[in-house]
Ligand binder design. Sequence first.
Ligand code: AMP
Length: 254
Amino acid sequence: MIEVIRDVGDASRRMAEFRLTGLTIGLVPTMGALHDGHVSLIERARAENDRVVVSIFVNPTQYDDPEDLERYPRTLVADVDKSESAGADLVINPTSEDIYHDNYRFRVAESELSRELEGAQREGHFDGVLTVVLKLLNIVRADRAYFGEKDWQQLLLVRDMAAAFFIGTEIVACPIIREADGLAMSSRNVYLTPEERALAPEFHRVLSCGGSTEEMIAQLETAGFRIDYVERRDGRVLGGVRLGKLRLIDNVGA
Ligand code: AMP
């Protein structure tokens, strides 16, 4: 039976028990509303560690829009079931009061990459992400933590932060899981209207077509997306667009 722990102190103690008995720990940090993208991370962690921990925490400090935070899907019972079937041993589901008992007085600030791309659209977003990830890494002290390439910029920032602060946890990158039509899976996709859902795969198709980023932007605009950015970086094409009320992000190897 999978264990669900809410209290941060209890979670730390449980992790210490695992470590004392020489078991390796894999951590999969999530905000819940789990889909097959999350499941692939849990399965990878299952294959590489003795114990697998999934954290489910909708992190308030990474939202600049309270409405977006409010409407984020919360499906804990189904998430615990999915975690268990994918091979997790434990779910940590802490409260904001516990995680931010310092009222967010202390936070991680990165001064370069976090200001660009997604960071340019979402003020303070990556400070919130890096702060909560550091807290989770310190609570769990896992051997490995698993992050999706879907959030490419987040993955780079978490990796660099772990190196900068001499965090002992290895950061493992996992490939993007897509719907059959190419749309990258995301917890927010349920909020696309049928018309938007029909158009959404065009985003991945255009990013994959190999033209110039100017051409990609023109094609996406014609299709009905509003563009925040489409840029080539580190041999990839990264995009952030708006479709109706939703933002979609994606990236492909260029
Ligand atoms: P989230 O719950 O959206 O914060 O995502 C938790 C983790 O799952 C992050 O490391 C994401 O990059 C990863 N993830 C989300 N969607 C996908 C996907 N479609 N494929 C692979 N990983 C994903």
